[in-house]
Design a binder for this molecule. Structure first.
Ligand SMILES: [Zn+2]
Length: 417
């Protein structure tokens, strides 16, 4: 790719200016119609490149094909996927990206709100980027590198492949999804239409990182049924479900078993919301662990805390409902370890040091893996995501494009007959 003029930065700057904030309150799909503005632009750009089957469906998914240019038909169909929405936690309206060329390590003061300062002390990864080019927002919004860096990388990769037919590859499917940030990214995805064998999401951070392991995740909904009575005549009758629920929360361990006290491979139980009144109070929890079998252990422990407290109150009952959210993609990817290995091999070819790790969260890839598309996550350079300090390094994005170009050739080397 010696003389290739990358288009990833230019594309990225265009995409982040389009507001695609997902809406967690919405029940429609996509959760915000404006996400389709970016989807439509991607279709136009793909069509202009010569990717003629590029289309956006009614839900805002973009599907496109780069046809195989080899004789062998034994090379699996590879999907590259990124999400077009941005997180609702921080404004994504009127994003004004700023390119800081040849970053010198000094604090970056964001001009539209000078109290927003990005420093290498707070963001140690930036220390490794001195001399490179950094893109930030202007202080009032997030940047949207999560995941428009991934979108721009895939688009530049497509542009390179189309203009370099000498680079040999099998059939490639491109996929852009809405609503990843509100946990609904694959809700209306048509796997049959996608027609891919293996996939990669481009939604990781640090250069060289590959994530092929996520949390396994359940939700637990506990409803406490108290006993109501007129407050003036409630003596020895009333049991207030709010107080029972509060006692449950207060009984949770304070030194362990929570997001704020765990790291690495430790699981946790975490109350996310509480609603209620005298008669009925509902507690919502999320339960997380890398080991799926540990989820039941966490849930049993939570249930026994609830049971112990509720049994102290005559006539009070409760329900305890567990629902599955997603599972650790490693369970699927471990059966096809070469998917991760090829990505690492591609990174080494580019001159990067690949680092395979696990995430304390889930990705679209966690769900995709269980839907039949084993799908590790590859770096894009997006950092400090979901915040006004979000940034991305241009050279990281370019390295991701290079990695993808190597990766599709590695699949041909290993799998063609
Ligand atoms: Zn993301």
């Amino acid at each position: 790719m010696k003389n290739y003029k990358f288009s990833v930065l230019e594309r990225f700057l265009d995409y982040v200016k389009i507001d695609t904030t997902a809406d967690p309150e919405s029940i429609s799909f996509p959760s915000s119609e404006k996400q389709k503005d970016l989807a439509q632009l991607l279709v136009q750009e793909l069509q202009a490149m010569g990717v003629h089957d590029a289309l956006m469906d009614e839900y805002g998914y973009v599907y496109a094909t780069i046809e195989s240019n080899i004789a062998s038909d034994s090379v699996p169909v590879i999907c590259f996927c990124a999400h077009i929405d941005t997180a609702p936690d921080c404004s994504g309206t009127n994003v004004r990206p700023i390119v800081h060329r040849n970053f010198n390590g000094a604090p970056i003061i964001l001009p539209d709100d000078p109290t927003q300062v990005i420093t290498v002390e707070e963001h140690p990864y930036l220390k490794t980027k001195i001399g490179e080019d950094i893109v930030t927002a202007s202080g009032l919004t997030l940047l949207g590198a999560d995941d428009k860096a991934g979108v721009a990388i895939i688009m530049d990769f497509a542009n390179f492949l189309i203009s370099h037919p000498e680079v040999k590859h099998g059939k490639i499917r491109l996929l852009f999804t809405p609503d990843e940030e509100v946990g609904r990214g694959v809700e209306h995805l048509n796997m049959e239409k996608l027609g891919a064998d293996y996939g990669y999401t481009l939604d990781g951070g640090v250069v060289g990182s590959i994530e092929d392991e996520s949390f396994s995740a359940d939700a637990v909904k506990i409803t406490i049924h108290g006993i109501s009575a007129h407050p003036g005549y409630a003596k020895n009758k009333m049991v207030n479900s709010i107080k029972v629920a509060a006692e449950i929360i207060d009984t949770l361990p304070k030194e362990e078993w929570s997001p704020e006290t765990t790291e690495k491979k430790e699981g946790f139980v975490h109350p996310t919301s509480i609603q209620g009144g005298l008669e009925e109070t509902t507690l919502n929890f999320i339960v997380r662990d890398h080991l799926t079998s540990n989820l039941a252990i966490h849930e049993d422990r939570l249930r026994s805390i609830v049971e112990t407290i509720v049994s102290n109150y005559n006539g009070v009952t409760y329900s305890f409902e567990i629902s599955e959210q997603y599972r650790n993609m490693k369970e699927v990817i471990a059966t096809v370890p070469f998917v991760t290995e090829y990505a690492a091999e591609a990174m080494r070819k580019v001159g990067l040091a690949p680092k395979v790790s696990s995430i304390r969260g889930g990705t679209d890839g966690s769900k995709l893996s269980f839907m039949g598309l084993p799908c590790p996550n590859i770096f894009t350079g997006e950092m400090a995501i979901h915040s006004r300090h979000e940034y991305v390094c241009v050279q990281d994005m370019e390295n991701a494009v290079k990695t993808m170009v190597e990766l599709v050739q590695i699949w041909v080397e290993h799998k063609s007959n």
